[in-house]
Design a protein around this ligand. Structure first.
Ligand SMILES: [Zn+2]
Length: 313
């Protein structure tokens, strides 16, 4: 593995799957559902990544599984690892430790066989406070991105942003490094626009103009419902397109799994089979979507199915 831009020039890059939900199933991550309503953005320590310092072997093992399945990218588990979110979970003073440990563990497993992505996700401040959170969010991103860069990630993966406005703040901070940037939004509550009303094509154009290397979508929808979003982006811009869908069946009325009543404790009842990811990989690859992986619910079996599918593409 050399670098992301080179790998994308060589062909389609296969990413990995979802970490937090898989580690929650294995008992190492707290969903928060035992004490509060999950999915509001107001919760305390829901789905935070302290597993990186508390159970590093569990995280290491999941990285190993993805690598063995064929992942060419390992995401450091730094999702929801900004200081404000970790403080709500009681881990604020460990913010730097968690970010550094997550990158170190991913790197140990990746060696020179996979790229390590530093994950930066939405802060949840925009859901709670709107645009007035801009300055605070920017400060949090700047701090986390500094930790990730110092720890030695190969590129930044800005992911699971609901608001384009908040994504643009993260992009500005990421652009202060020399690292390649992959920027993927999550489209909810409506699968045809971001939370601030922008269409996938508009989001792609704005982000491409900002200089990101790859734009795309991750999480919330299953492959079949995400594919139209990715197609719209593919038609809108000439840069790389990333698609990392969730492995849960959504509905026309609620096209995002985190708003379904099955989230977070009954997700097994809406799990989609790995074969849908195998088909998705084949179709997406054929349409020029060149960074393909999974998000929540996609474990190593899903990645292996996509790897096999892409080998025959
Ligand atoms: Zn996800």
């Amino acid at each position: 593995m050399k670098n992301l831009k080179q790998e994308l020039q060589n062909g389609t890059v296969l990413g990995d799957g979802g970490y937090l939900l898989e580690l929650e199933r294995r008992g190492y991550v707290d969903s928060g559902s035992g004490r509060e309503k999950v999915g509001t953005g107001r919760g305390s320590g829901q789905f935070t990544p302290e597993v990186a310092i508390e159970h590093p072997d569990a995280l290491r093992e999941l990285h190993r599984e993805f690598l063995k399945a064929g992942s060419q990218v390992l995401q450091a588990l730094t999702f929801f690892a900004t200081r404000e979110k970790l403080t709500r979970a009681g881990y604020g003073s460990h913010t730097e430790d968690i970010n550094r440990a997550a990158v170190r563990i991913a790197r140990e497993v990746a060696g020179d066989r996979a790229l390590v992505a530093g994950s930066v996700s939405r802060t949840q401040l925009f859901e709670r406070e709107g645009s007035s959170a801009a300055q605070h969010a920017g400060d949090l991103f700047a701090e986390q991105i500094r930790f990730l860069q110092d720890a030695g990630v190969d590129f930044l993966l800005l992911e699971t942003f609901f608001h384009l406005e908040e994504m643009l703040i993260a992009v500005d901070k990421a652009r202060q490094t020399t690292l390649p940037i992959v920027a993927t939004l999550s489209f909810r509550p409506d699968a045809s626009r971001a939370a601030d009303g922008r269409s996938p094509a508009e989001c792609a154009r704005v982000l491409a103009d900002k200089g990101v290397d790859v734009v795309g979508a991750n999480c919330e929808q299953e492959p079949s419902r995400m594919l139209p979003i990715l197609r719209e982006m593919r038609e809108a811009v000439a840069i790389g397109i990333a698609g990392q869908p969730a492995a849960f069946r959504t509905t026309d009325a609620t096209p995002c799994f985190t708003r379904l009543p099955q989230f977070p404790d009954d997700l097994e009842s809406i799990q989609v089979p790995r074969s849908e990811f195998a088909s998705f990989a084949r179709v997406a690859h054929g349409e020029g979507i060149n960074f393909i992986g999974g998000c929540c619910g996609a474990n190593a079996a899903y990645i292996r199915a996509m790897a096999q599918s892409l080998a025959f593409a």
